[in-house]
Write a new protein. Structure first.
Length: 84
């Protein structure tokens, strides 16, 4: 079975166990695919990249909420403050 690896660098779990910081340093800020039996099981990414991804995910979620509320607005009823 072929599996696509979404990183230019790949390392086995046993290699990573030997010297994790050396592996991370050699990738120079790029993602590292962590392989188990030649299949990717995880990706190691710099903390800055992870933080950026979390911000992007939050922006996408906020965009979804905005669109949902815009659709709800068409069903809203206009009332006067004195009627409340």
């Amino acid at each position: 079975m072929l599996t696509k690896i979404y990183a230019d660098f790949a390392v086995s779990i046993s290699e990573l166990k030997r010297n994790p910081q050396a592996i991370i340093d050699s990738a120079q800020g790029e993602a590292i695919a962590l392989l188990n039996r030649n299949q990717p099981t995880a990706y190691i990414i710099p903390s800055e990249t992870y933080e950026w991804l979390m911000e992007v995910a939050e922006d996408i979620e906020l965009g979804r909420i905005i669109e949902e509320r815009r659709r709800e607005k068409t069903q809203a009823l206009e009332v006067e403050i004195d009627d409340l």
